[in-house]
Design a protein around this ligand. Sequence first.
Ligand SMILES: NC(=O)c1ccc[n+]([C@@H]2O[C@H](COP(=O)([O-])OP(=O)(O)OC[C@H]3O[C@@H](n4cnc5c(N)ncnc54)[C@H](O)[C@@H]3O)[C@@H](O)[C@H]2O)c1
Ligand SMILES: O=c1ccn([C@@H]2O[C@H](COP(=O)(O)OP(=O)(O)O[C@H]3O[C@H](CO)[C@@H](O)[C@H](O)[C@H]3O)[C@@H](O)[C@H]2O)c(=O)[nH]1
Length: 438
Amino acid sequence: MKVTVIGSGYVGTTTAAVLATLGHHVIGADVDSAKVKKLSAGILPFVEPGLDEMLKDNILRGTLTFSDQVEEAIQASDILLIAVGTPSLDNGTADLKYLRSVADTIAASINDYKVIVIKSTVPIGTNRWLSDYLGEKVADRTLFDVISNPEFLREGHAVYDTLNPDRTVIGGNSQDAITIIKKLYHQLNSKLVICDWETAELIKYASNAYLAAKISFINEIAQIADKTGADILQIAYGVGLDPRIGTEFLQSGIGYGGSCFPKDVKALISTADLIGVETHILKEIESVNESMPNVYLAKLADSLDKVTNEPWTISILGLTFKPETDDQRESPAIKIVNKLLPACKEIRILDPTIQSNTKTPWPNDSKIIVCQTIEETLVGADAAVLCTTWDTFTSIDWNEAKAYMKNPILLDGRNLYEPNIIKAAGITYLALGRGNQT
Ligand SMILES: NC(=O)c1ccc[n+]([C@@H]2O[C@H](COP(=O)([O-])OP(=O)(O)OC[C@H]3O[C@@H](n4cnc5c(N)ncnc54)[C@H](O)[C@@H]3O)[C@@H](O)[C@H]2O)c1
Ligand SMILES: O=c1ccn([C@@H]2O[C@H](COP(=O)(O)OP(=O)(O)O[C@H]3O[C@H](CO)[C@@H](O)[C@H](O)[C@H]3O)[C@@H](O)[C@H]2O)c(=O)[nH]1
C-alpha cells in the first residue's frame, strides 16, 4: 500500500520505517528540511535503538523515502498517517497548531481518495473536527475518510513496540476506511479495537493517565515507606504479584517525565474541565509527580547541610527522561538541576547522549559542566544524584569513584543501587523508602 507519514519525529519515523519493513511504499513527509535531508541520507536525527538500521535498509531497498514537499507526498499516497506533535499550551490544553496546518495542506492538495489517519495523541473531538473541517474545505466530500489510530509505542523500545503492538485501536465511521487500515497492519497480528473516534481518542489518554497513576501511586507509597522503615522495592514486588495489579510501572523515583505522560494528563484534565467533569484522581497524579523532585532534594539538602556551608558542586548522572533515548522533554532530571542551580557552584552532568552544553537547556550557564567520563563528573562533588538508569551507571565501581568526590553522598533517584553495597564503599546513600537500609 502507498502510505505517507506526515511528521518525521519519534513516532512518524518509527512508523514509516516499520511500515516499509512490512512491504508498504512509504514517504516520510516533514516541513523541517534539515531533518528530511538527514533522514534521506539514512541518518537518524534522534536516538532510538534499532531504528537507524531499519531506516538505512528500507532506504536502500527503495521502499522508504523522505520529502519536505508535503503536498506532493500527500498526492502520492492513498493513506496519510498524521504524526505531528501535540505539545501542551501554557493552560495545559493540547496545542493543535501543527495538526491544523497539516489539515490545510491536505485540503489544498488532495487529488483523489485518501484515508486520513490521526496517529498523534489528540483531544477528544479532534478526529470529528478534522472530518468536519476538511468537509467544508474539500469540494468533494467523498475524497476522504478520517480514522483515529492512536500510537502506544515507548521511546527506547519504539521499533519493538511498533512491530509487536499489544493492541491496534482503529476508530472511525467508515467501514471501508476501517478495512483499509486493518489491511495496512494485518501482518502485525495484534488485538484490534474497532470503535468510534471519541472512544479511540479516550483509550489513548486513559492508557497514559492510568500508567502515570501507577507511578504517582507508588511514589506516594514510597513516602509512607520512607517514614516507616518499610522497603518500597519489596512492596512494589509484593503488590505487583497480584495479577490484577501487575508488577509493571511500580518503580518509584523522582517521577515520570517525557513528551507524553505530563502533557497527556494535563490535556485530559483540560478536556474534563471544558465539559464540566470534575477530576480528582487526574489532578493528584500530576501534583504527586510535581512534588517528587522536592521530596528527594529535601533529603539531599539535609545531608549536605551537615557537611558544608559552601555553595555545592553536584554531579548529575543522566539528564534524559529515561534511558535509551536522547529525549529531554519534561525530564525530572532537568527539574532537579533547575532547583539545584541557585544553591550550586557547579553542576557536572554526565549523559551518554550529551556531548556539550549546547545539548542541554542551559547552553550559556557557566555553572553547568557537561562531562564525558564518570571520573570527570564526580571530581570535587559534594554529592552525586542518579536521575536516569543508563546501563553505564549500573556498573560504576563506587569504591573507586568515591575517591574523586569531595563529600561521598549519593542520592539514588531511581532505586538503581543496592544500599548496602554503596554504604560498604563508605558513601552516604540517600533514597526514598529503602527500608532501614538508608
Ligand atoms: N514520542 C512518543 O513516544 C509518542 C508515543 C505515542 C504517541 N505520541 C504522540 O505522537 C505525536 C508525535 O510525537 P513525536 O514525539 O513523534 O513528535 P516530534 O516532535 O518528535 O515530531 C513531530 C514532527 O512533526 C513535524 N511537523 C510539524 N508540523 C508539520 C507539518 N505541518 N507537516 C509536516 N510535518 C510537520 C515536525 O517537524 C517534527 O519533525 C504526538 O501527538 C505525541 O503525543 C508520541
Ligand atoms: O515504573 C515506572 C515506569 C516509568 N517511570 C517513568 O515514567 C516516564 C515514562 O516512561 P515510559 O512510559 O517508559 O516512556 P514513554 O516513552 O514516555 O512512553 C509512554 O508514553 C507514550 C506516549 O504517549 C506511550 O505511547 C507509551 O505507551 C507510554 O509508556 C519515564 O520518565 C520513566 O522514568 C517511572 O517513574 N516508574
